[in-house]
Design a protein around this ligand. Structure first.
Ligand code: EPU
Length: 341
């Protein structure tokens, strides 16, 4: 197989959800695993820094990239196995996540509906273990196939090997660009139970008079919840939540809630307490406020938006001021959620 076409001085505006006008020295569209294997040993790219881009929805590109950008575009989705308990569904890493979720529902395989409308691709989903409205991707994950860019070997990783945690995985911990996800298999249990205890979803379903929600009802409620609060990247560039929700030890949380009443807090199975970063940012007065060409979204303080012609440095400057203010008031360090390049 010939290596994929090498694009030079390639504009990345359409490949990053903030819409920054940055360029890559080289780019290649990766449409199958063989193309990736070829690109790996392409002599023209030897020694260059590498960047893997899915939908570009969880990345802040602060500068031009002087290396090779691989645009993950591997398509395909299929039922790989069915038994009495579950369906196993595989999708190519370049499939759009939301389209995939919608397709599984249309095929009669529910289980991913709480993750509707999350921007990005299937291949990016395991990297940060996407989650929303009471469900994390790891709960529906079976295994993935990845190419080790160091050795050229393809490998299958199960959930344990992926080391999923809150917005975290093995792929965030290991050397950047070492493993490229090619496809993912999800396990959707046949004994479906609606997951709708999240207050906002509960409220939307109640408003709609729905007592026994179907998967489609949950999907519609999640879409409505997201559309009412989160900005559409086509309208205002953004990477969704800019910070992770901070995790506190119980003793630290006790001390903090003594000084700061009514903090939203979610206990995790490991004993830690998850705070709502959006609430901390709002209490610092940042909701809806701008700093230069970057701003905090007016309907959700956890989202930083490109107010028009912002660059990565504008976004990072605002993020730093927010981190400083939150730390001064709450003693809590906010960690960015997107990858910063
Ligand atoms: N809140 C505020 N002010 C705000 C925003 C939030 O006070 O401006 C407080 C409220 O108390 C609210 C609580 O924060 O009850 C939680 O807010 P929300 O339900 O919107 O969830 P979140 O914790 O801010 C997380 C995910 C989102 C996901 C939602 C829904 C992270 C970093 N973010 O946000 O994921 O859609 O839950 O499940 O965990 C993303 O990762 O890009 C993303 C959008």
């Amino acid at each position: 197989m010939k290596p994929p076409r090498l694009l030079t001085d390639y504009p990345l505006r359409a490949h990053n959800a903030f819409g920054f006008e940055v360029r890559a020295r080289y780019a290649q569209a990766i449409e199958c695993e063989a193309a990736l294997a070829c690109a790996r040993v392409d002599p023209r790219l030897k020694g260059l820094p590498r960047l893997i881009l899915g939908g570009g929805s969880n990345i802040v590109l602060t500068r031009d990239f002087d290396g090779i950008v691989w645009l993950i575009a591997q398509r395909g989705r299929r039922l790989v196995h069915e038994d009495a308990d579950a369906w196993l569904i595989e999708a190519g890493a370049g499939e759009r996540w939301h389209d995939f979720v919608q397709w599984t529902l249309e095929c009669g395989w529910p289980g991913l509906e709480n993750l509707a409308l999350i921007p990005g691709t299937v291949g990016a989903a395991p990297v940060q273990n996407i989650g929303a409205y009471g469900l994390e991707m790891s709960e529906r994950f079976f295994q993935l196939r990845a190419l080790d860019m160091k050795t050229g070997k393809a490998l299958h990783l199960n959930a344990a090997a992926c080391r999923f945690a809150y917005r975290d995985s093995f792929f965030k911990q290991c050397e950047s660009g070492r493993f490229v996800i090619v496809s993912v298999v999800f396990r959707l249990p046949k004994r479906w139970q609606p997951r709708c205890a999240y207050p906002e979803i509960e409220r939307i379903l109640a408003e709609r008079g729905i007592v026994k929600p179907s998967p489609r009802d949950v999907f519609d409620a999640v879409v409505a919840a997201r559309q009412s609060k989160l900005p559409d990247p086509a309208q205002a560039g953004n990477a969704g939540s800019f910070f992770k929700n901070p995790l506190l030890r119980p003793a630290d949380f006790e001390a903090l809630s003594g000084r700061e009443p009514d903090l939203a807090a979610h206990p995790l199975p490991n004993g830690q307490i998850k705070l709502a970063a959006g609430q901390l940012i709002e209490r610092c007065g940042w909701k809806g406020r701008a700093l230069g060409r970057a701003a905090v979204h007016a309907r959700h303080a956890l989202v930083i938006i490109n107010n028009g012609n912002a660059c990565g440095a504008d976004i990072l400057k605002l993020a730093e001021v927010i981190q400083r203010d939150v730390y001064r008031r709450f003693g809590v360090r906010l960690e960015p959620e997107p990858t910063i390049i």
